[in-house]
Design a protein around this ligand. Structure first.
Ligand SMILES: *Cc1c(COP(=O)(O)O)cnc(C)c1O
Length: 382
């Protein structure tokens, strides 16, 4: 069977072949398989050196100090560690987040609510962004943490993290940013942006699944409480034997992302234009999320008179998504689209097309011709 054209890069990316090639050298007897925490022999030292080199690469992409990087199992764990770790031991704490965060943030904040923490859920602007004014208005003297995503995974819109970080720094409120969809897609610079905690995932950036990182600012020093105990790895913030091959993969993927950032962004911008131009003959197409403040690879569109479920069924030769991968097990309309004010029916008409490093012009052309054909067919049978 011919595989469908992959247009779901926001759900996950394939591992870059160069990254995969490097990873296999960290598994077997003839490779670097030692425990990076083994201090008494060369097997351990070599593994530790590989982990520290990867730490530099991950730090490099976001302009952090390597000592500010804590390895985790992915952005879900990073979000949990940042949010629970920042609130732990602070009775009466108030947290601010938004209604359109990733489930890893939403569900963590809901759990905190069940534990008596007060949470304010900001409603985004119709373009999917949270404004600094909204955050400022929600601040209370008890606010200890604000958690917002940099780039929304369904809409691709970019929230002005710099401006929000600036006002939170003045008030002494911790700022956690989920940057899983920003890293490798746009410049992320923690020296220029006052964030305290920032979540990263490897598999959104052409690295392997099952590894991620949390940036924890050192100056001013940010204190969070560990959520996984045992052994005191990662400066006590996250225990557990480090998965050397996964970490090497993430490091290699992030080094490559830094090297290719300008190229990747320019290519994706061109592919996006090609995609939207390709659909220009189709009317009743509307764009969800900010048209200006957005990353190029994520395109969320609604097709008037056509529901996304039927469209997806018709687009069998394209791998696309009607929401986030985690939410697509249900036929509930996306909470993100409802969060930006779309009604149930409108939300049911939206599809997300996400393009990436390996998307070709031919694939984009094939996709647009398929979409035009299937939308036309579905509209004609109504
Ligand atoms: C994918 C994603 C996550 C979860 O990352 P994992 O590494 O899969 O746990 C969290 N936040 C956002 C915005 C994401 O896109």
């Amino acid at each position: 069977m011919k595989k469908p054209v992959y247009l779901d890069y926001a759900a996950t990316t394939p591992v870059d072949p160069l990254v995969a090639e490097e990873m296999v050298r960290y598994l077997t007897l003839d490779g670097v398989f030692g425990n990076p925490a083994s201090r008494s022999h060369a097997y351990g030292w070599q593994a530790e050196a590989a982990v520290e080199s990867a730490r530099k690469h991950v730090a490099g992409l976001i302009h952090a100090d390597p000592r500010e990087i804590v390895w985790t199992s992915g952005a879900t764990e990073s979000d949990n560690l940042a949010i629970k770790g920042a609130v732990a031991g602070k009775p009466g704490a108030h947290v601010i987040t938004s209604m359109i965060e990733h489930k890893a943030v939403l569900d963590t904040c809901k759990w905190l609510e069940s534990q008596g923490v007060e949470v304010t859920w900001l409603k985004p602007q119709p373009d999917g962004r949270i404004t600094p004014d909204q955050v400022e208005e929600a601040l209370r003297s008890e606010t200890v943490l604000v958690s917002l995503m940099m780039v929304n995974n369904e809409l691709g819109c970019i929230t002005d993290i710099g401006a929000i970080g600036g006002l939170l720094r003045e008030r002494g409120v911790l700022f956690h940013v989920d940057a899983a969809q920003a890293a490798g897609k746009m410049p992320v610079d923690v020296t220029a942006t006052p964030v305290d905690l920032l979540s990263l995932s490897s598999h959104k950036v052409y690295g392997p699944k099952g590894v991620g990182a949390l940036y924890v600012r050192r100056s001013p020093d940010v204190k969070i409480e560990a959520q996984i105990h045992g052994g005191g790895h990662e400066r006590g913030m996250r225990s557990g034997t480090l998965p050397t091959h996964q970490i090497v993969g993430m490091g290699s993927a992030f080094a490559r992302a830094q090297e290719l950032l300008d190229d990747d962004m320019a290519r994706l911008e061109a592919l996006r234009t090609r995609f939207l131009d390709g659909l220009s003959s189709l009317d009743g197409v509307s764009f969800n999320g900010s048209a200006e403040a957005r990353v190029p690879g994520i395109i969320n569109l609604s097709f008037a008179g056509v529901d996304a479920e039927s469209l997806m069924l018709g687009l069998r030769e394209l791998a696309v998504s009607s929401g986030s991968a985690c939410a697509s097990a249900t036929i509930e309309p996306s909470f993100v689209l409802r969060g930006i004010g779309l009604g149930d029916e409108e939300a049911h008409r939206a599809l997300r097309f996400s393009l990436g490093r390996f998307t070709s012009d031919e694939e984009v052309d094939f996709a647009t011709s398929q979409i035009i054909e299937v939308v036309g067919r579905l509209r004609s049978v109504r």
